[in-house]
Design a protein around this ligand. Sequence first.
Ligand SMILES: Cc1ncc(COP(=O)(O)O)c(C=O)c1O
Length: 501
Amino acid sequence: MGILKSSSFYFFYMGQKLRPWKTILPIEIASGKAVFVQIAEGIASEIKRGRLQPGDSLPGSRVLADDLGVNRKTVVLAYEDLIAEGWLSTAYKRGTFVSEQLPKIKRAVEQPVKKASFDFYAFKAAGDRQQTPAGANLIYFNDGLPDVRLAPLDELARAYKRIFQQKARWRMMGYSQEKGDDRLRKALAQMLVHDRGLSTTAEEICVTRGSQMALYLTAHTLVKPGDRIAIETPGYLPAHETFKRAGADVVPVKIDEEGICLEALEKTVKEGAIRAVYVTPHHQFPTTVTMNAARRLELVALSNKYNFAIIEDDYDHEYHFGQRSFLPLASHENAGNVIYISSLSKLVAPSVRIGYIAGPRSFIDSVAALRLIIDRQGDSVMENAVAELMEEGSITKHARKAWNIYKNRRDLMETLLIKHLSGIASFTKPEGGLAFWLKFHQEIDTRELAERLDKQGVAVIPTECFSFNGERLNALRLGYGSLNEKELAEGIAALASVLKS
Ligand SMILES: Cc1ncc(COP(=O)(O)O)c(C=O)c1O
């Protein structure tokens, strides 16, 4: 057996910037093959595989020789051979590069050479509606996201800077608590107690990466395969998918002008016990309706009578503009079975990925134990920065500013819809949230509508994905929050012209 030497050498970009990954070059001294040939073949093979691309810089001969433990002349010979064969080129005083004359070869990672015969159980998410579709100047009526152009970026950057300047900054760099940063949980608990009427403490909160992770952790903590979970229909597809993935038997329950229908829910419970019901009472997703006070009390009473949990997804609590103001179900006196999920995605920005679950201590401890084996912990630095913004009041200030902007956009949206779409569609002005629910007077295939609008530079979400019982919705959820006045006006005009044509 010969001696194997391998060099983990770093390749450089044209600008001599260190690449973030290493390449292994195996050399077998006793193989009988000249070492310079082995080096040359190794580099040529990296180029053929696409891991080294035209223009990539190679290490200097001395560096590579040291790394491989060979004579520098051996490396020089290998480089000379590769230059003669056209694989490499040299530039005076700048070093040795992969020749620019070579055709660009697709990187190995983009072009898998190995084909798997094993069945890995492919999993495909049912629709990715959150990403902004590609396209310059596209007007995208998303499903109710905030305008990230308004996000408090300067405040966040300042908080980050302060955090990295503090004396004990190293403390944040280790593993921390799976429930989330202490400081953030305390700030969240304070906000939930004072602004949303919950009786909770930092120990009864688990910070997650967005409410989507909160839903996932809740589902996998709460559900055993075959458990029945009731869910609003039309409703939030990623929640539906999450419960299904956890093995639940997901039972759609219809909604009306006040949210989930309690007669239908009770009927479902009588047909077979349910483990939980998933609801969006503040602004029902996708129809935007707000659950009234009486129904809230009744729902809590039902959960106690039949002993099931309520998963309350309060995804955009802060943007409520109506006369009536509602506290979450979780704030009710008898709401012992309520698991409250919320997020800072609408308040700060979706990319911040901070959500949270508030619930009974034993449940939160189980959620945290599950989180430990998925993700270990959240982003402590970001959590600290957001806690700082909450403590100093920047978040409240931002919320107030954003609230006014969104309220004006909602009013403008109402005017535009009346002006352009009267006779074609009707709507109830939403009391809150960042979307309208437009109901068409005639049957409309929203997939086809989306395709036609796309040609006009306008994107909408086909409504079919919100229905879990096969019901045709004949409606459109139009998120308005992330569009300014001009974009709203152009977008609604385009929608009207396509609908009328
Ligand atoms: C009803 C509902 N729940 C949950 C989420 C997830 O939000 P995030 O994971 O960004 O907190 C969204 C996002 O738009 C939503 O509309």
